[in-house]
Design a protein around this ligand. Sequence first.
Ligand code: GLA
Length: 375
Amino acid sequence: MRDDWVIAFTCLWMGCAAMNSAGQQEPALKDVFKKDFLMGAAINESHITESAGASCEVALIKKHFNTISPENVLKWESIHPAPDRYNFGPGDRYVDFGVKNGMFIIGHNLIWHLQTPAWVFQDEQGTPLNRDALLLRMHDHIFSVVSRYKGKIGGWDVVNEAVNEDGTLRPSPWLKIIGEDYVLKAFQFAHQADPNAQLYYNDFSLEDAPKRAGAIALIKKLQAQGAPLAGIGLQGHYRVDWPPLLDVDETIEAFARLGLKVMITELDVSVLPAVTSRLDAQVSQNYRLRAEDNPYTNGLPDAAQQALAARYAGLFKLFVKHRDQITRVTFWGVTDANSWLNDWPVRGRTDYPFLFDRQCRPKPAFQGVIAAGRK
Ligand code: GLA
C-alpha cells in the first residue's frame, strides 16, 4: 500500500518516474549496463508521437533506454503500402524521436515474409514476378528506405527470419522467386544505400540446435561471398522455462565465433502456458481460448512473479558474462500493457513479459536485472 502511494504521488508530480519503497529513484537500465551494452526497447506510434495516453511509457523509454527499434512503422506494409506510394511520415517521426533523444536508432526490417503486401511479388495483373523484376523491386525499396534515413539509422535488420526450424531456408516468395542469393542481394543493396550502417541478420529460436546450424551455414556462405554483415540478432522471444541458459550461452558463443556482433533484439519472457510449439507469427488467430490458457487475468501471483525475476536475473548475468560479444539488448516493448504476447499466438490473454507492469511500475524482474548488472 505504501509503495502504491509513493508511486501515485511521484506519477502526479514527476510524470511517473518510478521510486522504490525507500523513496529513491530507480536506477536507469542504460546507466547500470553502460559499460556492457546498449539497452533498448521497441516503440510504437503512441510512443513516437508522445501521445497523452502513453506518457508514463514515454518517460520510461527516455529514462531507461539509449537505443530504439520500431515495432511496426518501418515494415514494408507500413512504409511502402502500394507500388508507387511510400508512407514515410511515421518512420520520419520515429527517427526524429531517436535523434532528439540521442539514441542509437535501429531500422527493422527490410526483407521479411510477413507484413509484406502480396503485391510485392506480383505484377499489375496479379501474375508472379520473375527473378529480375523482384530483384528490381527489392533494390528500389531498400534504396528508397535506407537512403532516406542514411546517417541517422545506425543499424538495419536487413533480412528477418529466413531460416526454418530444421535449418533449411524458409520457402518464402523471396526464396521461391529470386533463389538463395536473395539474402546476399539484400545485404549488398543495403550496403550500397548506406555504407556506414551496420547490417544484421535477425531471427528467433536460434537457441534450438538445428535452426542455429542452418543460420550458421547461411552466414558462413554470406561471409564467403563478401556480404557486408556486421551482426546477428537473436530475437529473444523467450519463456520462463525455455530456452535453457546453456543453450543461450552456446548460441551467443557460436555467432561471436563467426566474428559477428551479437544482439538480443526482441527480448520478452512469456509466463503463460504454451498453446503452440510454433513461434511463427502466422499461427492461427482463430484458436478458441480456454480458461487454463489465460490463468493470470487478475494479476501475477507472487510465485510466478519471482520465477520471472529469477529468469531475467539469469539471462542478464549471462549477457553480462558475454559483454565483450553482446553490443545491445532490446526489449520488444516497454510495459506489460503493450506486448504483442497479449494477442499472440492467441488473442485476448494477459501476459507479463517485461520489467514494468501495466501501470509503468518496476516489477521484481526489474530488480533482478539491476542486481545482475551490479557487479
Ligand atoms: C518478429 C518480428 C517483429 C515482431 C515480432 C512480434 O519477431 O521480427 O517485428 O513482429 O515478431 O511482434
